[in-house]
Design a protein around this ligand. Structure first.
Ligand code: ARG
Ligand code: ZN
Length: 876
């Protein structure tokens, strides 16, 4: 059942051209495929075609129909032997898009036809070698009812169109670029079009179109603007231009993931496209900008150069995430973007890498590839690319990218090919660095330091260790690029002169090559009392423990010129204090509060040179989940109590300045989703978040209610609703009812309504969630709804999910079992929280494991859920 990287063999046959013909019907779509096939000189064996849930109507080689005994038809493949070296293969199949609830292959969303083929959905459309190293050009003709499906789209250029009989019409598309079948796409439906255009640097005019449901045309402007800025940015930063005359985006409500980069026909989850000030928060705007860019950037990193096999997924995903992060960082505040990305990495990737599903960014085996679209492959993959850019410098990295495209355009390649291009373009050796691709787990880096006053010598003493992960023991030290600085007692950076090196270049930050288990680095001419700033900009994705005193952390929090590390110092300091309070709460004592943290926070809040968006980040305390991960045995209740206590204490001490910050923000101008306006809103909402801890104070309750009622944009509305959501009084119900009343027609916004309720701290939240599953706006067939209600409860409401009676676990397992039959990908994606049992107390461990066992005992269990549940239990 498991597929292994080491078993890779090249395909026995290659396909030069694919001619597809679709006769679209919700039930009984006929698909005719005509393939130009030739034997691969580098391989041997029968012609192997994948197929899943297909009805084979006919098969012919060079015009001669094959008899049943001439081929082998299994549930999941079709094989033919004794074929000539070159031939034409004609296959006709029948499929039922309306029955496709898995949303892989060809399906219906809101009555429109659409496709999702990555990773292995094309085999649910027709028999084909469904593997990314088979690349072909495509011609696609589709025929459908004209009244119901006026818009007919596929990859590439529209070649011709016309009318058929009985109210049908047809269109023919041609994509001149060879591509793997996972990039194939088709859309047929009744859609509105929002159009614009772009002229590339070399003068190509590109028609840009975003297709949405009628009525949503007014929510496309921001996505379009993001697309245009992405196209320009990729030319400027990487010299990469768009290569066709059309670029289409289609938004659909039912989609397993965020979006898909099909060649010239990106298909998006509508929540990743549609935005207006009244329906989308600032975070939504940022996400839309990033995803539009991400999918566009795939045109080069993914489509023009693609993956040899799915073990290489990070080749395109890690690189493309890195590119979209760089784009956002150029569009907005770079330090704030870095902070957000590291928060995500810590919230999603670190726990994954420390748990039962830990895998390297290039996995070695899988049962279901869809389970490997993970934070590790994506986000850690991007960190690995970022480290190469840190090591080679921006110019060196660009040289490597240029060579990569020079060598591999129109090829399906490996992560190794990428690293080799980086090496060869720069004349460097990245042999040791490659270990990041194959070794799983987050390295622990411990740093101590010594100062010798007599010689003014400051020495960093570094050590690294990576703990064992499932199936991987005795980890090797990694090549870690660790960027450091030194702050003088006046808070200014000290020039760094590394001992034994040329002191010619005066730098204030230096990237150390840390590649042994233990290593020392010394700097000369350092005045006494210097405080080190370590892993600046989060140069390496490691867990750092440094011997800072409490005061040193506060000093960094007030002075570090590296804003990422200033934020990091605040996080470390807060985490340390909250953990201490947790200990006090657990032993039945009153938690003790020390006010140094609040003072350091206040000095940042009062600093006019700082970006408000940054200050808002600084004010946001580490999450309950993150704090609990720092404990031997997680105790979410105590973590929640301690965090709330801490927040309340800070609010009490800084009450005056928080109220002032809040008031300053009120004098608002018209809404705009630019970075500066977002920062102002974020800061004001962060202040409100603290003020709301005076829950028993009438004025403060009223402040939040007023904030909700007077909000003229979704950011402010949601910020208030999230707070009201935890109030026990009537304000909560009033606000939720008003929200529902206002947005019940908008499924994208209703996701927020479901999600906020799933995350409520109120004790009866699970009863309310269960009731919401029969709300008319909820549907198990819509992945967004399941993720908003069930997924969010399990992953973002740890206090209630881990309830004493185990009801939270039972509810999640029931839903996974239910979803397994409808949409296995969605079922398997909400399972991970149950894998966290190792970090719980024995009673909860037992309850969680028994739910995993119950899931595993389900009849007709999909490979997706089987793999996640068995690995979570520790069986594989
Ligand atoms: N390639 C897409 C992206 O990163 C993700 C699609 C993955 N789909 C899936 N079913 N696993 O933009
Ligand atoms: Zn991607």
């Amino acid at each position: 059942k498991a597929i292994k990287l080491q078993d890779y063999t090249p395909p026995a046959f290659l396909i030069d051209h694919v001619d597809l013909e679709f006769f679209l019907e919700p039930e009984g779509t006929r698909v005719k495929s005509l393939l130009k096939v030739r034997r691969n000189p580098d391989s041997s064996g029968p012609l192997h075609l994948d197929g899943d849930t297909l009805e084979l109507l006919s098969i012919a080689v060079d015009g001669r129909a094959l008899q049943e005994k001439e081929y082998l038809l299994d549930e999941f493949f079709l094989e033919v032997e004794g074929l000539p070296d070159k031939f034409e293969l004609a296959i006709e199949t029948r499929i039922d898009p309306v029955l496709n609830t898995r949303l892989e292959g060809l399906y219906l969303s809101g009555g429109n036809f659409c496709t999702q083929c990555e990773a292995e959905g094309f085999r649910r459309i027709t028999f084909y070698p469904d593997r990314p190293d088979v690349m072909a050009t495509y011609s696609v003709t589709m025929q459908a009812d004209e009244a119901k499906y006026p818009v007919l789209l596929s990859n590439g250029n529209l070649v011709s169109q016309g009318k058929g009989e009985g109210g049908k019409h047809w269109a023919k598309w041609h994509d001149p670029f060879p591509k793997p079948c996972y990039l194939f796409a088709l859309v047929a439906g009744d859609l509105a079009c929002y159009a614009d255009s772009y002229k590339t640097g070399s003068g190509r005019d590109v028609a840009l179109k975003i297709y949405v449901q009628h009525g949503n045309e007014d929510k496309c402007a921001f996505a379009m603007d993001s697309l245009i800025r992405s196209m320009r940015w990729d030319e400027e930063r990487f010299g990469l231009e768009y290569d066709l005359d059309i670029f289409n985006i289609v938004a659909v409500d039912d989609f397993n993931m965020g979006a898909m980069e099909n060649k010239s026909l990106n298909i998006f989850n509508s929540k990743c496209v549609l935005a207006s000030p009244d329906t989308a928060t600032d975070a939504d705007f940022e996400r839309i900008e990033a995803i539009v860019a991400h999918e566009y950037f795939h045109n080069w990193t993914g489509n023009r150069v693609t993956c040899r096999d799915w073990f290489q997924l990070s080749l395109k995903e890690g690189l493309t995430v890195y590119r979209d992060q760089e784009f956002s960082s150029d569009m907005r505040s770079a330090p704030v973007k870095r902070i957000q990305d590291v928060r995500t990495l810590r919230a999603r990737q670190f726990p994954e890498d420390a748990g039962p599903l830990s895998h390297p960014i290039r996995p070695e085996s899988y049962i279901e590839i869809n389970n490997f679209y993970t934070a590790t492959v994506y986000e850690k993959g991007a960190e690995v690319i970022r480290m190469m850019q840190e090591i080679l410098g921006r110019e060196g990295f660009r040289k490597g990218i240029d060579l990569y495209f020079e060598r591999h355009d129109n090829q399906a390649v490996t992560c190794e090919d990428f690293v080799a291009a980086m090496e060869d373009a720069n004349g460097v050796d990245l042999e040791h660095f490659r270990l990041w691709y194959s070794q799983a787990g987050t390295p622990d880096v411990a740093v101590t330091w010594e100062y010798d006053a007599a010689s003014s010598l400051f020495t960093f003493k570094l050590s690294q260790h990576t703990a064992d992960t499932p199936g991987q023991h005795n980890k090797q030290p990694l090549h870690i690029p660790l960027t450091i600085g030194l702050l003088g007692q006046d808070g200014q950076d000290i020039p760094l002169i590394q001992q034994g090196t040329n002191s010619g270049d005066r730098t204030y930050s230096k990237t150390l090559r840390f590649d042994c288990e233990q290593q020392n680095f010394s700097f000369t001419d350092v005045p006494p009392g210097a405080v080190p700033s370590i892993n600046r900009g989060f140069s390496a994705p490691v867990k750092l423990s440094a011997m800072y005193s409490d005061d040193e952390l506060l000093f960094l929090m007030e002075n570090d010129s590296d804003l990422f590390n200033r934020w990091e110092a605040a996080q470390s300091s807060a985490t340390r204090l909250i953990l201490k309070m947790i200990g006090e709460i657990q032993s039945g004592r009153e938690p003790q509060y020390v006010s140094g943290f609040a003072r350091a926070l206040a000095s940042n809040m009062a600093n006019p040179d700082l970006d408000p968006a940054f200050v808002a980040q600084l004010m946001t305390l580490p999450s309950i989940s993150y704090i609990s991960e720092q404990m031997q045995v997680a105790d979410f209740d105590a973590a929640e109590k301690a965090r709330s206590f801490f927040k309340h204490a800070i609010a009490t001490e800084l009450c005056g300045s928080l109220k002032a910050l809040y008031q300053q923000g009120v004098a608002g101008t018209a809404y705009s989703p630019d970075a500066a306006s977002m920062g102002r809103r974020a800061l004001r909402n962060a202040a409100m978040d603290y003020l709301a801890t005076f829950e028993d104070d009438r004025d403060c309750r009223e402040l939040v209610v007023r904030h909700y009622e007077t909000a003229d944009n979704m950011t402010d509305r949601m910020a208030a609703l999230a707070l009201l959501n935890d109030f026990s009084g009537a304000e909560r119900e009033v606000a939720l009812a008003a929200f529902e009343q206002r947005y019940q027609q908008d499924p994208v916004v209703m996701d927020k309504w479901f999600m906020v309720q799933a995350c409520s701290r109120l004790p009866d939240v699970l009863q309310r969630i269960k009731k919401l599953t029969s709300h008319p706006g909820f549907s198990y067939k819509n992945p967004n709804k399941v993720r908003a209600l069930v997924g969010a409860f399990a992953s973002a409401n740890p206090v209630r999910f881990h309830a004493e009676d185990g009801e939270g676990y039972r509810f999640l397992a029931d839903n996974i079992i239910h979803m397994n039959a409808i949409n296995p990908q969605v079922a398997s994606r909400i399972l991970a929280p149950l894998g966290g049992w190792r970090r719980m107390n024995p009673k909860h461990q037992k309850m969680m494991k028994s739910e995993l066992k119950r899931i595993l005992a389900t009849e007709k269990l999909s490979g997706d859920v089987y793999e996640m549940a068995s690995k979570s239990l520790g069986k594989e």
